[in-house]
Unconditional design. Structure first.
Lengths: 501, 188, 476
């Protein structure tokens, strides 16, 4: 045996050779020879101990019982494990992988121990994965796509000390997420040193919203109004930062009068932290569908309530503003007159009502909404089922599930208003202040959202709306939203302010 | 006038629709028509491949009432359109749509306008068709020899036998004096 | 001026009708393609028809995919809730306007040159309205209930919401489509009679005999016919103005910057006539060559159509200028930003492309040589068609990408299905048009004969001009 001979160990071809994986050793030997390397195959059968001094090892796939036999043999003669620890490459195909792992589960549900050479476990999947396989290697040093054929029922779960060879681009792979264990494993749970390089590949990152600069055109729109406590103290009656432009309200036609209940909402931007708890609460309360990455990439997220994020100042030293944006329930809603079938109307309590079963889906209402709070079911996002399914049990039974082709939006939790109204009517009284709590209001940790009856003179919402820093968005459009905002009042430490450029 | 029947083709004095003269140009039929009108014939008609201006006057025809009917239809359409929208929005199912007044008549104008045109146009077209007796699978005039060229380049003038002055011999002689290309007796 | 020798039907002429045309020759040249035997249909027709059917199939496949999967197959999102389907809808409807203008408006203005081009232009209108009219149904989230826009009492007695411009669209387009068909059909009646009389086979005779309703050319019938035709023209002219104005109201009534503009109705109508005449030229140039109609659809017609295209194109350019001026003059931040962004923002390239197509490309039409060159007109008309599509794109989609709140800004990316439906709709149009030119006379023969009569007998100043040298005969 000369030093330049490549010795290829073909491990257990007598039991782990069902699928002809011994061919890998043959190919390896041939390619070595084509490169001028002497190569030979050393077959390690059940009669042999497993040597630890070979250069390369290959193992193939086998059926259940053969795997058990192979496992016992490899446990008895741990030459393969020692060779691997010494850095010898091992190519394990199919069932050989699960034998090298901690354990694997057979289709009968029985857990069989492996030799724990690799930090992984294997369990059977719901369906057999058969087909062409194309992958992009994530292992450094490999650049070409790797292709092959897969035929397996088992799915392998990697532990922190294992890393995948490649990411499946065509075939049945995990497909989702990235192996973060490359950066942090059990050896370095806080992350180790890393080198960042650009590759020629691209990956699509998707978000519902980026941050929008309030400079330039943003500032002229007076979306987020903010001032300091000192400025507020200077002009306590009518601070200019909350009311930069005067607007006249003149109308040719008389307004509708709202006797009875008159619902309204205020959102205090000073205490809002932008935590998004309101968004989650709204989603759960109103059965808002999840649309997935590709639809969000298209701009079709379904959040009835969203938190708009803006920044002021320069990009190097930004000030962050969060502004929750539900439907504003405009008294002169621009979305209503443009619907050709009258699927969105105004009820007697001031709610802008969306009638799902009348909507034909022209989407003119969305075009005319200046706040873009309306969301459309472009595809069948909600689960279509007339019987109970797992997902349907998570739905709120008080709220309709919308089908494809209809528009939806924040309803001021009309189902909660309705319930309170029924209870109050049963008890022959008026709805009391605080009895109707919208989902977003309930979830807000800083109680930034206040909701109530504007016709109730003692209601909290009336008290808050009386604030001099109360303003409505886009008031020059004269849509008279029922949802208003309190301008953000900051009280910055003077030394910090000076430190700002 | 002699009562001897002059037979041409299969037309007999009992089943003759009329006498038809064929001309080759607009001028000829115009001149002939005027003379036919002046001679006192009332139940006449001309058949031309395209509308000839003034030919209806030359034959002494009454103007058509089509315009007035269309006007009435248009007014019906317009008013009806307004009434429908007004009634639906103020009486039948009033709704608060964006704070707009219930009788938003400026918004109703476009539909009124379109309905006016729709009613007028269809009245004009359908009234013309039906008043002209169409669709009509059969008309005696098609029995005229060479009538296929009435749609091509020939002009026909017909004096119907129903005309009180009609006389199979006398009228024929009169027609011959107009110098047509040919004269035919056309059966019913 | 100089007399020319007309070397047969391929000679070009500047007259409204070629010299020497008789009623008989008009009939022959127009009806011959219609009356030929199926087996003798020219090969170019089969090729064109087959290609059209292929695109029509693409259309049908797209429609089925659309209805079964949902309008999510398009590139729309929030805020760009209206995307290519609406752009294509407005584009198609605009194209239809030239046909009605030629039929109705030119009749009211006593222009005799309309008679040889009005038939196929009206056919173009009807087919364009078909292509357009399907879009408002197909773009709906729930197209199977589109009929809720019709004025009838629905559940609980709910009528449509009449204040909405989309409901106005239903009435406008519905009226336009039906009145155009009526007008076209009535115009066809005398020609059907001619076809009946010229038919060679029994089937043809039966078919055209039924279609002409038994028309016999009676003067009393012509009298009512002329009155009805004139009334229909008088009604169609304000109709065509109102239809595209109503479409423009879809945008003008909204408050979106870029849409909310009182220039919209006249601007859109001018644009529609502009795009329509471009399509008329795109159809006329090959049609007259294919059927040898140069003596009937003459250089005079091309010249006049080109002049109208230039005039309406300049009105459209004026509209662009007004939009910019008003946005600045209003002092409203949203409007100013929108117009700046339209020209210099992310989608600025579309704006400048459209300025090239709709303004720069039509400037050669100031020159008579260009106006009388079929090839030049064909090319310019194609450019104008693209330009008008770009204009709809810029107005509709680009305005939506950046509206009031910065947080709503998003882009629109068209998908395969957006394009397949659009190109497929062109297949629908061309299929219908190929059927039309094969089965019906492409020129209104009865009206043309009337024109020929006036031409040869009256020599009125509709035909001669003070500048006789302008309309001199062209040596072939």
């Amino acid at each position: 045996m000369s030093e330049s001979t490549l010795r290829i160990g073909l491990v257990l071809p007598d039991v782990m050779g069902t699928y002809g994986d011994g061919g890998n050793a043959l190919i390896l030997r041939q390619r070595a020879r084509m490169r001028g390397l002497d190569a030979e195959i050393v077959e390690i059968t059940l009669d042999d101990e497993v040597p630890e001094s070979l250069d390369v090892y290959t193992l193939g796939g086998a059926e259940d019982n053969a795997q058990r036999i192979a496992t016992r043999h490899l446990q008895r003669y741990p030459g393969l494990q020692r060779a691997a620890e010494a850095g010898r490459p091992v190519l394990a195909i199919c069932a050989a992988i699960q034998v090298l792992g901690h354990w694997y589960e057979t289709s009968a549900g029985e857990r069989v121990a492996g030799i724990s050479m690799l930090d992984l476990t294997t369990s059977p999947r719901e369906a057999r994965a058969i087909g062409e396989l194309v992958t992009t290697p994530v292992l450094g040093g490999l650049s070409q796509p790797l292709s092959g054929f897969e035929n397996h029922r088992g799915g392998t779960l990697l532990g922190p000390d294992a890393a995948p060879l490649a990411k499946v681009t065509r075939g049945v792979g995990n497909g989702v997420g990235v192996n973060a264990y490359l950066l942090r494993g059990s050896a370095s749970p806080a992350g180790g040193a890393a080198d960042i390089q650009t590759t020629s590949r691209t990956h699509q990152l998707v978000t519902t919203q980026t941050h929008h600069a309030l400079e330039g055109t943003g500032e002229a729109r007076h979306i987020v109004r903010s001032g300091t406590l000192a400025e507020f103290k200077d002009e306590p009656e009518h601070p200019h930062f909350a009311h930069p432009v005067a607007h006249h309200n003149e109308d040719l036609f008389p307004d509708f009068v709202y006797e009875g209940y008159k619902w309204g909402m205020v959102i205090d931007q000073t205490v809002c932290t932008g935590c998004n708890a309101c968004v989650v609460a709204c989603q759960s309360e109103n059965n808002i569908p999840i649309v997935g990455k590709s639809e969000v990439a298209r701009g079709r997220e379904m959040h009835w309530l969203r938190v708009d994020s803006y920044y002021g100042g320069s990009i190097d030293d930004p000030t962050f503003y969060a502004q929750p944006m539900p439907c504003q329930h405009c008294e002169k809603a621009p979305c209503e007159p443009v619907c050709p079938v009258g699927a969105t109307v105004h009820d007697s309590e001031g709610l802008n009502v969306m009638v799902y079963n009348r909507c034909v889906g022209t989407r003119y209402c969305s075009n005319n909404c200046p706040f873009k709070v309306r969301r459309f079911n472009w595809l069948q996002y909600a689960e279509l089922s007339t019987t109970a399914t797992e997902m349907s049990l998570a739905n709120n039974p008080d709220v309709t599930v919308r089908s494809r082709g209809v528009m939806e939006k924040c309803t001021y939790c009309t189902q909660r208003i309705s319930r309170a109204r029924i209870e109050a009517a049963n008890e022959d009284r008026r709805i009391a202040d605080g009895e109707v709590v919208t989902a977003c209001q309930a979830a807000c940790p800083t109680q930034a959202i206040v909701f109530g009856d504007l016709n109730d003179p003692t209601s909290q919402v009336n008290r808050v709306k009386a604030s001099p820093i109360n303003y409505t968005l886009l008031d020059e459009l004269q849509v008279f939203p029922r949802t208003s905002y309190l301008a953000k009042v900051t009280n910055p430490n003077p030394t910090l302010v000076e430190g700002h450029s | 006038m002699s009562s001897v029947a002059i037979r041409t083709g299969t037309a007999t004095p009992d089943n003759v629709y009329g006498l038809v003269a064929q001309f080759g140009s607009v001028e000829e039929i115009m001149a002939a028509s005027e003379r036919v009108r002046d001679a006192g014939y009332k139940r006449t008609d001309a058949y031309t491949p395209f509308p000839v201006e003034g030919l209806d006057d030359a034959l002494g025809m009454q103007p058509t009432r089509l315009g007035w009917v269309v006007l009435a239809a248009g007014i019906t359409g317009g008013l009806g359109g307004f009434l429908l929208q007004w009634w639906a929005n103020t009486t039948y199912f009033p709704l608060n749509i964006g704070g707009k007044p219930l009788n938003s008549w400026p918004n109703f104008i476009v539909i009124m306008y379109e309905l006016t045109i729709l009613f007028s146009a269809f009245t004009a077209g359908l009234f013309m068709i039906f008043r002209n007796g169409l669709p009509r699978p059969y008309h005696s005039i098609f029995n005229t020899p060479n009538f296929e060229n009435a749609s091509r380049d020939k002009f026909f003038l017909c004096i119907e036998s129903r005309d009180p002055q009609f006389d199979i011999v006398g009228t024929r002689a009169f027609l011959e004096s107009l110098a047509p290309e040919r004269i035919s007796e056309v059966e019913l | 001026m100089a007399v020319t020798t007309t070397k047969g039907p391929l000679a070009e002429t500047n007259r409204v009708i070629g010299r020497g045309q008789t009623y008989g020759t008009i009939d022959d040249v127009v009806l011959q393609p219609v009356l030929t035997d199926v087996m003798r249909t020219p090969r170019w027709w089969w090729i064109g028809f087959t290609i059209s059917l292929a695109f029509l199939t693409m259309y049908l496949v797209s429609v089925i995919k659309l209805i079964t999967t949902g309008i999510g197959i398009f590139g729309n999102n929030i805020p760009v809730a209206w995307g290519m389907p609406i752009v294509n809808f407005v584009w198609w409807i605009g194209i239809g306007h030239a046909g009605t203008l030629i039929s109705a408006a030119l009749l009211l203005f006593r222009q005799p040159w309309r008679t040889t081009i009005n038939r196929f232009a009206e056919a173009m209108t009807i087919f364009a309205v078909v292509c357009a009219g399907l879009y408002p149904i197909l773009h709906l989230g729930r197209p199977w209930v589109f009929y809720w826009l019709l004025p009838y009492p629905n559940t609980y007695g709910l009528f449509p919401q009449f204040r909405s411009p989309l409901d106005w669209d239903l009435f406008a387009i519905g009226t336009y489509a039906s009145v155009s068909v009526l007008f076209w059909f009535i115009g066809l009646i005398p020609d059907m009679a001619t076809l009946r009389d010229r038919s060679k086979t029994k089937f043809q005779k039966l078919l055209y005999g039924l279609l002409c309703l038994g028309w016999n050319g009676s003067t009393k019938a012509w009298q009512r016919y002329q009155r009805a035709y004139l009334l229909l023209a008088a009604l169609s002219f304000p109709l065509v103005l109102s239809v595209h104005s109503t479409i423009a109201m879809d945008f003008a009534v909204a408050q979106l910057p870029g849409w909310n503009n009182t220039i919209m109705p006249p601007y859109f109508v001018a644009g529609a006539v502009f795009a329509g005449f471009a399509m008329v030229l795109i159809l006329a140039v090959p049609l007259r060559r294919a059927f040898g109609l140069e003596q009937l659809i003459t250089k005079r017609h091309l010249d006049n159509a080109a002049k109208l295209m230039l005039a309406t194109g300049m009105i459209v350019v004026y509209g662009y200028f007004v939009e910019v001026f008003i946005a600045w003059y209003s002092g409203v931040e949203f409007e100013r930003f929108m117009i700046w962004s339209r020209m210099f923002g992310d989608h600025g390239q579309f704006f400048w492309a459209l300025i090239f197509c709709n303004f720069v490309a039509i400037q050669p039409l100031w020159f008579r040589r260009v106006r009388q060159s079929p090839l030049a007109l064909f090319v310019i008309s194609l450019i104008v068609s693209v330009g008008m599509w770009l204009e709809r794109f810029v107005i509709i989609i680009v305005s939506l990408t950046k509206d009031f709140l910065l947080s709503s800004w998003a882009d629109y990316i068209s998908t395969f299905w957006d394009w397949s439906l659009f190109i497929g709709s062109m297949g629908l149009f061309s299929t219908l048009f190929f059927l039309f030119i094969r089965l019906l006379p492409a020129i209104a023969t009865a009206e043309t004969k009337e024109t020929a009569y006036h031409d040869s007998h009256h020599g009125s100043d509709a035909f001669e001009t003070i500048r006789a040298d302008y309309y001199s005969e062209v040596r072939p």
